[in-house]
Design a protein around this ligand. Structure first.
Ligand SMILES: [Zn+2]
Length: 312
């Protein structure tokens, strides 16, 4: 009995420690301080940390063709769960989807997706395209199928494959994000969860540009920052409306509903890390950034102007 109580106390302490040590907005626990509590978050020389800036030094890799997204076009049975974890909003998508091909060394099963965002006045994607930061970034997280769980995958240098999607903002409502948009108000506070009817996950991807992406070996962008991730960053963003964007930046809190002082969750992205000698590849069909970014940046500016006009 005493042993059980001790174990329970240790679990509670462990949970409390995790909560306290990881944040985005206070000096003692922001991304620059993560290494104090999680040594593997210290960006050492020649390490493989994420995110990175994707710039002109990309190497074209003609063997990088389209990824196989098994089950992404299906409407699965059961329920998915959207949860405010205090650091992001996470959608757990259950079984039935796998990712392979496109240069990945194995098949990976999809288990969750989540978002990183800025604020009403700042962009918040984790990766940048030629130093352009997008308003948001979505990460679809996949575990190598040979691993029974995340803990096991974190011991494997290629244990995780993440699909990263830039999210830009425009004046048009994106119906494909409606399932998530309509559930966000139910998960405003940390710890809150809402069920979502499954939908074809491919709807959240840049469906006409899936062969255009960048690939490199990096890390988790949240503690424990394990250097075990094969990143696929799609070159072309998806778009949501300003109203949908505002639901994230003005409606999601990093604190619990009962907290005396409420804190909006915003700018939940890690700073850019050097690539050092790491190769960063562009897929066979990726447009090289010299052409691509200028038009994207242009569109982004147009979005801001439209937004300002609508606000006036
Ligand atoms: Zn992420």
């Amino acid at each position: 009995m005493v042993m059980m109580i001790l174990m329970l106390m240790m679990s509670v302490l462990l949970l409390a420690r995790t909560d306290d040590d990881f944040c985005y907005d206070e000096d003692h626990c922001d991304p620059y301080a993560w290494g104090d509590s999680y040594p593997s978050c210290h960006p050492l020389l020649d390490s493989h940390h994420s995110p990175i800036n994707l710039d002109h030094h990309l190497m074209k890799n003609h063997s990088l063709d389209s990824l196989q997204l098994h089950g992404f076009n299906l409407t699965h049975k059961g329920q998915w769960w959207l949860t405010n974890q205090g650091h992001s909003v996470v959608l757990e998508v259950g079984d039935g989807m796998q990712v392979s091909g496109g240069g990945l060394p194995a098949t990976y099963r999809t288990f969750q997706l989540h978002f990183h965002w800025g604020s009403v006045s700042s962009n918040g994607s984790e990766h940048t395209l030629d130093h352009l930061r997008f308003p948001m970034e979505m990460h679809i997280v996949n575990i190598k199928s040979t691993h029974p769980n995340l803990t096991s995958a974190l011991e494997d240098p290629t244990g995780i494959a993440v699909l990263g999607v830039f999210v830009d903002v425009t004046y048009l409502h994106n119906e494909n994000f409606q399932s998530i948009s309509s559930a966000l108000s139910y998960v405003a506070y940390k710890g809150q969860t809402k069920s979502i009817k499954p939908f074809p996950l491919v709807n959240l991807l840049p469906q006409n540009n899936l062969t255009q992406y960048y690939r490199y070996h990096g890390s988790l962008t949240t503690p424990p920052c394990s250097e075990v991730v094969l990143w696929t960053i799609y070159e072309v963003p998806v778009y949501i409306s300003w109203a949908q964007f505002e639901q994230f930046v003005s409606g999601i809190y990093s604190t619990e509903e009962e907290a005396e002082i409420q804190a909006l969750l915003h700018d939940n992205y890690r700073h850019i890390h050097p690539t050092y000698s790491r190769p960063v590849y562009a897929s066979k069909d990726a447009k090289l950034l010299t052409n691509g970014v200028s038009s994207l940046a242009c569109f982004n500016s147009v979005s801001v102007i439209v937004y300002l006009l609508l606000k006036i």
